[in-house]
Design a protein around this ligand. Structure first.
Ligand SMILES: [Ca+2]
Ligand SMILES: [Ca+2]
Ligand SMILES: [Ca+2]
Length: 436
């Protein structure tokens, strides 16, 4: 387990971040990342224990990135510079919680490809993944519901019996995902998951698989989860519970909210804990940000504040971008619903060309929020508290009713199009007792 306590008081460390190109991360951050290499760290902190560098460099790439350092700062709730036992436990809990969340979603993702729900990704099913555009906007093609391979081949004009050169089983998928998540929990939180926690992750996946004996998640029924169709950027912006301001979007590019490019405005406040909430204005900012096509991050300088983020842009360029933000932000729920009408098809297409979310997705999100608040989106007399927010997340992920799906069900209740999954789970020994 990572020993955060040996860092001592991190505020005593000299941290001279500078923009550097990291070979391993060049693909994502071609302009480099704000970080410190080992040599600089040791030079600036001659008296610090040598192992502190390794502790702070979560992913072991030889650099302490700002993100890695920020995790420590965030975990230090009372800001006294030292991670107490309790603060480390909380960090660990948060890391595990998010991992379990991802475990369920990983299984949900699998079934966007495994259309006949038999636990194996056939050639035809794999072929179909090419209909998935890079940003997943076209993923609707992939969610026609449970369908046999023959039906699928017919629908997409493929030969079903093409030689099976590529088969992936769910088991292999789960195993490789598990390896990935263990590594990424270390990279992101500096947390090493224990063997018993890894078993917990496996159990979570198996539970979700049993849930899929009944889970619909199909376009055909109109119940496609919003999560499966959103691109990663929009998803993050809609569902992050962390404090975010227009000058530092964290891992994602902020929106040009402020009139003055050097100013900072709050997009929304943190909503992670009891008592915290987002106002209707903040929620509308959130949605607009998820929709807004921000400039590619490599065209922006990365940095801690707005001043460095927007500096490379001329005042005029920024003003234009800001105007686009204002225009989008002034759109009402009704405007979006209007766009969905058949006679507005052309307008809708035009809008979607410059949008991270489809109009359908936007309306689906608004519907979810309205159902939680019981108030119209366009009014201003509502807010979202921490409990509401969790509910919205569950609804976006379509996992709100997962627990109930298994209640009181037996083998006889398993629908015909899930018999293959039932058999698969039985063979693997993953089938819940109640279905045997
Ligand atoms: Ca690192
Ligand atoms: Ca502390
Ligand atoms: Ca299959």
């Amino acid at each position: 387990m990572t020993d955060f306590s040996k860092i001592g008081n991190y505020k005593n460390l000299v941290m001279n971040f500078s923009k550097q190109i990291i070979e391993d991360k060049k693909l994502w951050f071609p302009e480099g990342l704000n970080c410190i290499n080992r040599e600089t760290f040791l030079k600036d902190n001659p008296n610090a224990d040598k192992s502190i560098f390794e502790t702070l460099d979560f992913d072991g790439d030889g650099y302490i990135e700002e993100d890695e350092y920020a995790t420590i700062q965030c975990a230090d709730e009372d800001q006294n510079g030292i991670l107490s036992k309790e603060e480390i436990i909380q960090l660990h809990k948060r890391a595990l919680g998010s991992t379990l969340d991802f475990a369920r979603r990983n299984i949900d993702k699998w079934f966007t490809c495994d259309v006949n729900r038999d636990g194996v990704l056939s050639n035809v099913e794999h072929e179909m993944t090419k209909y998935r555009s890079e940003d997943c906007i076209d993923i609707e093609h992939m969610r026609d519901g449970a369908m046999s391979n023959a039906e699928l081949a017919r629908k997409y004009n493929m030969t079903e019996e093409n030689n099976i050169s590529w088969t992936q089983t769910l088991e292999k998928h789960m195993e490789s995902w598990q390896n990935y998540i263990v590594k990424s929990t270390k990279n992101q939180y500096g947390i090493e998951l224990s063997p018993s926690e890894i078993i917990l992750i496996q159990k979570e996946m198996i539970k979700q698989l049993n849930t899929w004996l009944f889970k619909i998640g199909d376009n055909a029924t109109g119940n496609a989860p919003l999560y499966n169709s959103l691109n990663v950027t929009s998803y993050t912006r809609l569902l992050t519970d962390e404090d975010t301001v227009s000058c530092c979007g964290g891992d994602v590019v902020p929106p040009p909210m402020a009139e003055n490019k050097n100013a900072c405005e709050r997009i929304f406040s943190p909503i992670e804990k009891e008592g915290q909430y987002n106002s209707s204005k903040e929620m509308k900012n959130r949605l607009a940000w998820a929709v807004f096509e921000t400039p590619p991050r490599e065209t922006l300088a990365t940095g801690e504040d707005a001043i460095t983020l927007w500096q490379d842009m001329s005042d005029n360029e920024y003003a234009q971008l800001h105007q686009k933000w204002i225009d989008l932000r002034s759109m009402t729920a009704n405007d979006f619903r209007e766009l969905l009408k058949p006679e507005n098809e052309a307008k809708k297409e035009e809008f979607e060309e410059k949008s991270y979310m489809t109009v359908g997705q936007i309306v689906q999100y608004i519907d979810i929020v309205e159902s939680v608040t019981g108030k119209p989106w366009d009014s201003d007399d509502w807010k979202i508290n921490n409990v509401d927010f969790i509910k919205i997340r569950l609804m976006v992920n379509d996992t709100l009713h997962d627990e109930e799906l298994l209640h009181g069900k037996t083998r006889a209740d398993v629908p015909e199009n899930r018999k293959a999954l039932l058999q698969f789970l039985e063979e693997k020994g993953w089938l819940y007792e109640q279905f045997k």
